[in-house]
Design a binder for this molecule. Structure first.
Ligand code: PLP
Length: 270
């Protein structure tokens, strides 16, 4: 069985963050490991507060774990503070060479709460050079690049910045916040410029209250696919189908956002 390490914040609802990552990784037939980077106080309605973990403890968790168990892939989610980003970066040096790294550059929760402090953006961008793929949504792309990425051209320009300037091997710009069709753009670094793949999205009519944790689930599903030996395009396709199904089967657990519903049709055990 392949092992996937999630470095992520705690979401007590289980809908996002580390708790969701571990459920998704398990769903894909991998063993999930978790390094906690931050605590949140939240329910399905809002994030009430955020507390980064003591930065050196993030590094200690990583070094201690990786000394013993070598993950086949890593997913990085909420990092909360500049010091946690920097200690995560130090900890990644102890990873086995070639282990794929998926970075979900979480800046804000859906309710607008900052999940990463502003002064950490530069260190987060530096971390992208280690990534197999970075999975920003449109607001994250626009905040980090300053580009208007709402149209196709703008997204392609911003994607080029991620692979050429920020040096990530690939970027998946999630289109859920687009006005029109929520198409996603995958750009893979290539010698003759980025190789572009547009994935058509269909808006799934769900509850007006929204579905929590889709970005966390998508990046964990991609990491699990990469751990199992899928190529980047195939891992992204598979993860998108998994999340689309999860949104269609979303369920109510509290008074706020719905949580993804997992069915068995995308379960794999390579
Ligand atoms: N809490 C944690 C720990 C997260 O990692 C995330 C992910 O973005 C959120 C909350 C916010 O999730 P959402 O934006 O889906 O509400």
């Amino acid at each position: 069985m392949k092992s996937v390490l999630a470095i992520a914040g705690s979401d007590p609802t289980g809908g996002a963050g580390l708790q969701a990552d571990l459920q998704v990784i398990r769903h894909f037939g991998c063993h999930g490991m978790g390094v906690v980077s931050a605590l949140t106080v939240q329910d399905t309605q809002k994030v009430h507060s955020v507390l980064p973990v003591f930065p050196s403890v993030v590094l200690d968790q990583l070094r201690c774990l990786v000394n013993d168990v070598q993950p086949d892939a890593v997913k990085i989610g909420m990092l909360a503070s500049d010091d946690v980003v920097r200690n995560t970066s130090l900890g990644l040096a102890s990873l086995p060479e070639g282990a794929p790294i998926v970075i979900d550059p979480i800046l804000f929760a859906s309710d607008g709460t900052a999940l990463l402090e502003r002064r950490a953006y530069a260190a987060l961008i530096e971390l992208f050079a280690l990534a197999t793929v970075v999975t920003p949504n449109l607001p994250e792309v626009e905040t980090l690049t300053g580009e208007d990425a709402s149209g196709r051209r703008g997204s392609e320009r911003a994607a080029a910045r991620f692979v050429e300037e920020f040096k990530s091997a690939a970027v998946l710009i999630k289109g859920g916040h687009r006005d029109g069709a929520p198409d996603d753009l995958l750009a893979i670094r290539g010698d003759a410029g980025p190789e572009l793949h547009w994935f058509e999205g269909t808006r799934i009519e769900g509850e007006a209250r929204g579905v929590h944790g889709t970005g966390c689930a998508l990046s964990s599903a991609i990491a699990a696919g990469l751990a199992q030996g899928r190529g980047i395009v195939e891992a992204v396709e598979h993860a998108r189908a998994f999340v689309a199904e999860g949104i269609s089967n979303a369920h109510v657990v509290g008074g706020g956002a719905q949580l993804l519903g997992f069915t068995t049709s995308h379960r794999t055990a390579r």
